[in-house]
Design a protein around this ligand. Structure first.
Ligand code: RIB
Ligand code: CA
Length: 308
């Protein structure tokens, strides 16, 4: 039996690939997917998540809608990367979105199961609302793996939404600060490792997806092709699947424990600030400082192809 897991997403292209990896990984018992506004508006992130689960043959996994906007300020979406519909313009449908709220269901499922894993691949708005509404949620979350932040721990650890801020934290800095200060056992997979070229799908990897024939591979092919052509990046960056992979196989990563705060104002708003002064004893966030990229890619591609 896998680890009871909730996946919180802003489906988008790499979130879709993360859902596929989670759906096909027996190490995780996928209890629910919760949707948040981020890459595109909530209606689309929720609908896209349900459609991807449907393609994966996982209509058994409920999708719960969450926050429509960040805690403070306006939502700033990224259709230019993910397409108007958030999924490469494929216009997918299928599956169902429930009515219960994400924050409430995170707490209810955590209490029902006693101990769960939470993986977040979008802005942290839903998790911040959940832990603010139900502070004892922390006692029921064994580990929280997040795709987010840029920590300067590798040469790739700089911003993408701004020179220093990573998109998920930049979208909702207050939510990230709440999560970092909440006492959650957080493992942060940031751009330091997700922009490591060894973790991206090459054009050859993408073309090979076409021939594996499963609906998951076909979806992965189309969204990855769209991404590399849209962004002009020679690699399909697997930001969100890396956060799922950390929950599946934590040993693929190296982590350093640091105190982490979030810049909330000025040009640096959304920047993750790592406390590295030895005389300041603030710790708690396990920040990814390395990844076995080729082994990660092998795991990702094997699971999509259906090789267990
Ligand atoms: O910075 C990358 C992150 O921002 C990914 O989660 C991607 O889906 C976008 O949400
Ligand atoms: Ca995402």
């Amino acid at each position: 039996m896998g680890k009871p897991t909730i996946l919180d997403v802003d489906t988008g292209i790499d979130d879709a690939l993360a859902i596929l990896l989670a759906a096909y990984s027996p190490e995780l018992e996928l209890l629910a997917v919760t949707a948040v506004a981020g890459n595109v508006h909530l209606e689309k992130t929720a609908r896209n998540s349900a459609a991807v689960l449907h393609i994966a043959g996982r209509d058994d996994v409920p999708v719960y809608p969450g926050a429509r906007k960040p805690l403070i300020g306006k939502l700033r979406t990224a259709e230019w990367v993910h397409g108007e519909d958030g999924l490469a313009g494929l216009g997918l449908s299928g599956g169902r979105v429930e009515r219960e709220s994400a924050a409430h269901m995170m707490y209810r499922l955590a209490k029902e199961h006693g101990s769960i894993v939470v993986v977040t691949t979008g802005p942290l708005t839903n998790l911040a609302l959940a832990v603010s509404t139900y502070p004892d949620l922390v006692d029921y979350v064994e580990k929280h793996y997040m795709m987010g932040g840029a920590y300067g721990l590798t040469r790739y650890g700089f911003g993408n939404a701004s020179p220093t801020a990573e998109f998920n934290v930049w979208q909702d800095p207050e939510a990230a600060e709440i999560v970092f200060e909440s006492g959650l056992n957080t493992y942060a997979i940031g751009l330091d490792v997700t922009m490591d070229p060894s973790t991206g799908l090459s054009l050859e990897d993408i073309e090979a997806l076409k021939s594996c024939g499963s609906p998951a591979c076909t979806l992965a092919y189309h969204v990855s092709k769209f991404y590399v052509e849209r962004v002009g990046d020679p690699l399909m960056r697997l930001h969100d699947p890396l956060a799922v992979a950390a929950a599946v196989s934590e040993e693929l990563f190296g982590f350093e424990e640091h105190g982490v705060e979030v810049a909330l104002c000025g040009k640096a708003r959304g920047t993750t600030l790592v406390e590295r002064r030895p005389w300041i004893k603030k710790r708690g966030i396990k920040v990814a400082s390395g990844v076995r990229g080729e082994e990660f890619k092998q795991l990702f591609l094997e699971r999509l192809r259906g090789d267990r």
